[in-house]
Structures are given as C-alpha cells and as structure tokens.
Design a protein around this ligand. Sequence first.
Ligand SMILES: Nc1ncnc2c1ncn2[C@@H]1O[C@H](COP(=O)(O)OP(=O)(O)O)[C@@H](O)[C@H]1O
Ligand SMILES: [Mg+2]
Length: 239
Amino acid sequence: MNDKEYEDFISTVSHELRTPLTSIRGFSETMLTSWDKLDDESKKKFLKIIVEQSNRLINLVENMLSVTKLNNTKDSFIYKEISVKPVLETTIAIIKTQYKDKKFNIETEPNLVPILADKDKFQQIMTNLIENAAKYGDENSTITVNAETAGNNVSIKVSNTGIEIPENEYEKIFTKFSRIDNPLTRKVQGSGLGLYITKNLVEKMGGKISVISKNHKTTFEIKMPAADIELQARTKCKQ
Ligand SMILES: Nc1ncnc2c1ncn2[C@@H]1O[C@H](COP(=O)(O)OP(=O)(O)O)[C@@H](O)[C@H]1O
Ligand SMILES: [Mg+2]
C-alpha cells in the first residue's frame, strides 16, 4: 500500500467506524439523560438501534481483522459439517433490521447436504454477500438466496436487482479496496474490502466464487464443498 492508499484506507475506515459509534453514543446518552421522560416504546426503539449499530461495527471489525489475517497461514479454520439454511436465516435476520425496505427470500432444496466449512467464516461470507445485495439493490427490491446441491458442492446464489456490474469489472471487484464508480456506490459507504475478503475465505475453504450481472440483475454464486467423507479427508490433508 502506498501513502495515498493508506490515507484513503484510514479515512474510509474511520468514517465507517464513526457513523455507528456516533449513533450508539447518541442514543445511549439520550436514554441516560432522559430516562424518566421516555416511554417504554421509545426505550425499546433506541435499544434496538444500539444493537443494530453494534452488529454493524462487529461486521466491520471482523472484515478488518480478516484482511490482516489473510496472509497469515496460522489463522485457523475449524472445519465442521454445517447446515446451510440456519446460517442463511440467522444472517438475514441480522441484516434485515438495517435494510427495512428490502424483502428477503430463501430458497433451499428439501434435503440439502451440509457443507464442510468453518462456521464463523461461512457466516462472514454470507453476511458480506447478502449485505451487498441489500446495499446495492434497487429500493424496495427482493433479495433472493438460493441453495442447492451441485455435484460435490453446494451452490449458494445471492441475487438482487439493481445497477449492473460491467463485465470488465467482474475481476476487479474482488481485489482490495475496489469499488465501482456509479451513483449508487457513491451514495453508500464502503471500504471495498468485503468481496476481497469473501473470495479469500471461500477459496481457503476449497470453494469458488463468481458473479454474473446482466439485465438489471446481479447474482453472486459460491460453491462450497459438500461434507462427504472423501471431501473431509481431502480438506484435512490440506491443513
Ligand atoms: N450486489 C451488488 N450489486 C451491484 N454492485 C455490487 C454488488 N456487490 C458489490 N458490488 C460492487 O462491488 C464493489 C465492491 O464490493 P465490496 O468489496 O463488498 O466493497 P464495499 O461494499 O465496501 O464497497 C462495491 O463497491 C460495488 O460497487
Ligand atoms: Mg460490501
């Protein structure tokens, strides 16, 4: 990273940290100073905002930590059999609170096989992809998350309608600090790290990631190894 990139990075990160922190401080201060004047409903509303903004901070910090850990081979992955659907449900429940105009739709096969992955990292991957779909999707649009068996893998697709990613930018968006310059990206905050981290995590766990953006629709697909015995053995050898 050169000096200019470093300065840009620090300024984006500071801004992204400051926004939720300011809101957490503001709402907790109001509750402390005006406790007796606030009705229960307002208190509940304020607490909800504090929780939402804390979640936002946690995701951000997770991503920051991942960047520094990515080149560190000692970073341990704890591989377990994971059912995909509950992870998708938890992830969406958290993201939903921040994107109230969006609808979320999960489509899964009835007997979807579990994947072999590190659960926290898989959740981080799904958070990045689903949050992007919510962040960059059209207003009031529906985000669809589809999971199905695909050979020895489980394919998980996250789709949204909205401004397309030009084909010549497909590779670039997975690199560090890259954001596409369009009116929407300028309007929403981001560090350009999410997809870089996501791709690294997916590939470290033996998966693949790709994107197709056409006809006003963007779909990110990850393919994660299914947790059958042979694949488990192979993954253990790699560690
Ligand atoms: N679902 C999507 N639809 C349209 N553009 C997207 C989508 N997901 C990502 N992008 C583009 O890819 C860029 C990089 O994404 P990401 O690495 O997550 O960084 P960030 O969200 O912090 O900008 C975004 O800035 C945006 O321009
Ligand atoms: Mg992002």
